[in-house]
Design a protein around this ligand. Sequence first.
Ligand code: GDP
Ligand code: CA
Length: 325
Amino acid sequence: MKITALAGGIGGARFLRGLTQSEKVTREVDVTVIANTGDDIWVHGLRVCPDLDSIMYTLGGGISAERGWGREGETFTCKDELAIYRVEPTWFGLGDKDLATHLIRTTSLNAGYPLSEVTQALCDRWKPGVDLIPMSDQRCETHVVVDHPETGARVAMHFQEWWIRYGATLPAHEFIQVGLDTAQPAPGVIDAINNADLILLPPSNPVVSIGTILAVPGILDAIRNASAPVIGLSPIIDNAPVRGMADACLRAINVETNAAAVARHYGSRSNGGILDYWLIDQRDSDSLGEIEELGITARAIPLLMTDVNSAGAMANSALDLVLGN
Ligand code: GDP
Ligand code: CA
């Protein structure tokens, strides 16, 4: 069996760790992960790919359990030194161990290797147990249009500056994917969608993770037309993002922060959208009828990923619902 998942960083990675460690995912199951690279950024001359790294470190056992991003047992000596030089961006979290990953990636990219191959090479060490593919080999970054906090002028800033430096508190007028027009899906992306037996949308940010991946030319159409069923898990529980600031992203695209509104935003495949199934949290069971009316099969289960087992249980429920048990 082939499972293909689209994923952002923390939400995606935690769910995928549950999936790959679930007893239903045996050695006969191949999992391919198409990761968001819209968050990627050049920092101090280094190419940083936060979502690829969160997935790689989480599945490879190197993630910081406390922060949910970057490495366990990390130090920030280099970041502190750069801050003493007052070199911006001082707000970006660059750990010393993490720097090695960015150095290797940057050197390889500069030597001409595409990001998909560099990612594969990094995964030789981490052995995430999945095929991890960036959504595109081309640079395609999410920028956010805001009113500048000091001058009030309408400006676009990199997503990471909006997210980390300003904590997503500046109201976003719009998200722009710079480079999208000429971006293509990375090698293997469309095949992974076409050849899948099951397509999964983990509880990732619907706007700047899943939405970004779907915007790469060709990916949305491939999912709409795939022969495999598509099941998503809600990243919104009880009208709130569980971690992170997805509500600020949803507001910018006029989607309410609730599980049914996100389902409506994705739409039913029977109606030109991308979902056949949508799992929501038990606390949102009141909206099951509303989601079913969209033509999407919905169930309410516990969706809080407190540990590997709870994420594994969510993955099992998703597989049971689509494939029967
Ligand atoms: P990011 O790239 O690190 O922002 O990670 P993702 O896009 O993969 O996922 C972030 C989203 O995951 C957040 O906006 C939350 O809405 C969602 N999320 C995080 N933890 C949980 C959880 O335990 N349960 C559910 N259902 N969603 C979660
Ligand atoms: Ca991200």
